[in-house]
Design a protein around this ligand. Sequence first.
Ligand code: ADP
Ligand code: GLC
Length: 495
Amino acid sequence: MSRGLKILFTASEAVPFAKTGGLADVAGALPKALSGLGHEVKVVMPRYYSINRSKLEHVPGALGVPMGPMGTLWAGLYKTVLPGSHVEVYFVDYEAFFGRSGLYADDNGFSYEDNDIRFIFLSKAAFELARKLDFTPDIIHSNDWHTALQPALQKTRYAFDERFKNAATILTIHNLQHQGQFFKGAVDVAEIGWEHFNPHEFEAMDGLNLLKGGIANADAVTTVSRKYVAEIQRPEFGFGLDGHIRAHSARLFGILNGVDYSEWNPFTDPHIVANYDIGDLSGKALCKRDLQECFGLPQRDDIPLVGFVGRFAEQKGIGLIAGAIEGLAHLDAQFVMLGTGEKWAEGFFGDVARRYPDRFGCHVGYSEELAHKIEAGCDLFLMPSLFEPCGLNQIYSLRYGTLPIVRATGGLDDTISNYDPATAEGNGFKFYDATHEALYRTVKWACDTYRYERDAYTTMQKRAMEAEFDWRYSAMAYEDIYLWAYYTKRSARHR
Ligand code: ADP
Ligand code: GLC
């Protein structure tokens, strides 16, 4: 195709506007990288309460979104660009759905009861926006369950519209655990037609499963690492959809996420006390002392400092860390943790920090600044996930010269290679069994390597810092899938 593709990219969160996890990092970076390859991307997301309207440009005129029995709901529209790019981001402003403190759940962690309606609304709003802007997409790219309705919408509710006829639909699964399962009544609001409420599309245990229907209807399905492509076809990782995914595996591809190095780079990072790079790591030692001070830990240069940043969710292996805690507390090592989520974990790790003030620091909350300080100030980064579609922090850690300790699953397995003491190869430390004993032994091994095998540790550190996970490479892989889906769909129409 000689011209660039026109891509309509919808996500429920995007950096720097709203973020609960890695999806936001992806939605804030991939469109920029695609634009860098010559494509025209328009990003669509909600205008949440936390997004200040005064910093956005108001788009005149209201956006009518048809919602079946609810009638047409009229939304406001705002826009801006992704920082450092010309990529337009459109914010769908509908106070009753998005004017709340949380993105998906209230302050106590309970999911909003009308999440089905809220995200059906977002999914349709993107189509209505394209019509309003006179934008004819070649690609409709949806992300996770929130917008997984879009491939079916193109074939049903919007099938009459010539504008969408040639578009190929791509659905990216960032996390199969969250599928968007709701009461089936929402099919009326979705307006896809009850004939699509069947066990091969949207029906699961007599309820509506948005992700399942999205997988069935998308022209191509992608997920965020190759290992995860294989894993989700097995019952242990399939969350009930492994059979469904196997049935659609011919259209399933794995593309690893990239890193936005304008955001995650120790040489330019504005959040850390001293910048550094591979040629001079002296700044990293200052970052370590600063981090120890932030968490009230003794400022020792010789002690291995291990960090954790992430949602306190079972997925992230917090149960394994909790199980290993007494052993970890008796290593000559320090640990700093940053996260929020499960209440038991917030209480447990806060308590551990009070019991072992010289060993553990824990900050319950969300802090962009502290996340950067942990990447820079630690010697090792712990990510013992039970499953991990891609994982971003271990890749950020590499650039900061902070060697990851990971469980060999999903993107963690694809990005981290195990230290081999015989050859000093590798860029981190891996364990396989999802047990707290395996976690403990691997953390101990990593700490011993840091302390007693300095040459091997620094060789790996340099190797880690040199690795490139530029979004450009990932964007090129998406481009291949877009083109494959686009042409495959066109030729199928003439068969
Ligand atoms: P997931 O999307 O499953 O949560 P990822 O590793 O893909 O996991 O991405 C998590 C992102 O969210 C990273 O950018 C990480 O730094 C950030 N993050 C998670 N928890 C926090 C927190 N408590 N404070 C700041 N950033 C956080
Ligand atoms: C999900 C996954 C995480 C991935 C992120 C971005 O939230 O849990 O592994 O990195 O999405 O794709």
